[in-house]
Design a binder for this molecule. Structure first.
Ligand SMILES: Cc1cc2nc3c(=O)[nH]c(=O)nc-3n(C[C@H](O)[C@H](O)[C@H](O)COP(=O)(O)OP(=O)(O)OC[C@H]3O[C@@H](n4cnc5c(N)ncnc54)[C@H](O)[C@@H]3O)c2cc1C
Length: 258
């Protein structure tokens, strides 16, 4: 109670337990996604091993500055949000000073977005968003947990294809155009499924164990073949996997042992 009173409070608030007298039930959960949109230390998005994508910035958990290696240490993601969020904001502010807004046909993008939203609202559908998201979460938990093998992940990819088919047939109860959180969930779901497929494909390709990626079929770290960043490119035609070299400066990568 004197050192971690908030733990007692949480256990009491969530499950009604007095942690001074009773053990707190615990279970593992995902608390971070290693990887993300590849960026440099100013939040500018990388297009590949060398180039940058014009006018595209990312920060926070969506981004991958590559400060965490293959296993993000506890409490470092909020630190990352603060440090690189600030740097990225400053870089954007500087970037816009020296550029004019590009001339684009706004109407084209507006029409596309309106059509996408209207189609989601109108479609009759068979499945609720929650059902699909739950199947997706179960699929990732069962087939892309910390300990994985090729066969387990291949099975997961097959399941994911089936879930993506079902996700085409969702329906929305809320048809409103304002403050429609169900619509946001529907849009997020489409992106989640793509990210899930990218994670599984990248993990399948990496035939070694490193950080939180423990391949039971490739138990050792293999620096000769895999000391490199995975670069995954998505298009509706499929996912392409490439790589980018790791720049080693002061510290040689070391295995983290518990
Ligand atoms: C269980 C758990 C425990 C954790 N514990 C710790 C810890 O102890 N210490 C630590 O440092 N970190 C911890 N983390 C990680 C940390 O909480 C996250 O890395 C951090 O909150 C990410 O912040 P963010 O702003 O980048 O992203 P988020 O907080 O995920 O914000 C992204 C926002 O974008 C919105 N969004 C998504 N798609 C769209 C779209 N298409 N259009 C518009 N909006 C969209 C989402 O709804 C969301 O609000 C933990 C995470 C979890 C899940």
């Amino acid at each position: 109670m004197s050192r971690v009173p908030f733990c007692w409070e949480e256990a009491h608030r969530l499950v009604g337990i007095d942690a001074v007298h009773q053990p707190i039930p615990i279970r593992p959960t995902v608390h971070y996604s290693m990887g993300g949109i590849p960026v440099n230390t100013d939040g500018r998005v990388r297009s590949g091993a060398e180039g940058l994508v014009e006018g595209f910035f990312a920060a926070g958990e969506a981004a991958c500055v590559s400060v965490h290696g293959a296993n993000r240490l506890g409490s470092n993601s909020l630190l990352e949000c603060v440090v690189y969020g600030r740097r990225t904001g400053a870089a954007i502010a500087q970037y816009v000073q020296s550029r004019k807004l590009p001339e684009i046909d706004e109407q084209r993008y507006l029409t596309q977005a309106e059509q996408q939203i209207q189609a989601l609202i109108d479609q009759p559908g068979e499945y609720r968003i929650d059902q699909i998201r739950q199947s997706f979460q179960d699929c990732m938990t069962d087939h892309c947990g910390v300990f994985r093998t090729e066969s387990v992940m291949r099975e997961g990819l097959e399941k994911l294809q089936a879930i993506r088919q079902q996700a085409q047939k969702i329906y929305l109860d809320d048809k409103a155009k304002l403050w429609n959180t169900e619509l946001i969930e529907a849009l997020e779901l489409q992106n989640l499924l793509i990210v899930g497929e990218i994670i599984l494909t990248g993990a399948l390709n990496r035939q070694e164990s490193r950080g939180a990626h423990c391949r039971e079929d490739f138990a050792e770290r293999d620096d000769t073949n895999f000391l490199k960043h995975t670069m995954a490119y998505y298009s509706p035609a499929g996912i392409q996997i490439g790589d980018r070299p790791v720049t080693i400066t002061l510290f040689e990568p070391q295995e983290r042992k518990y």
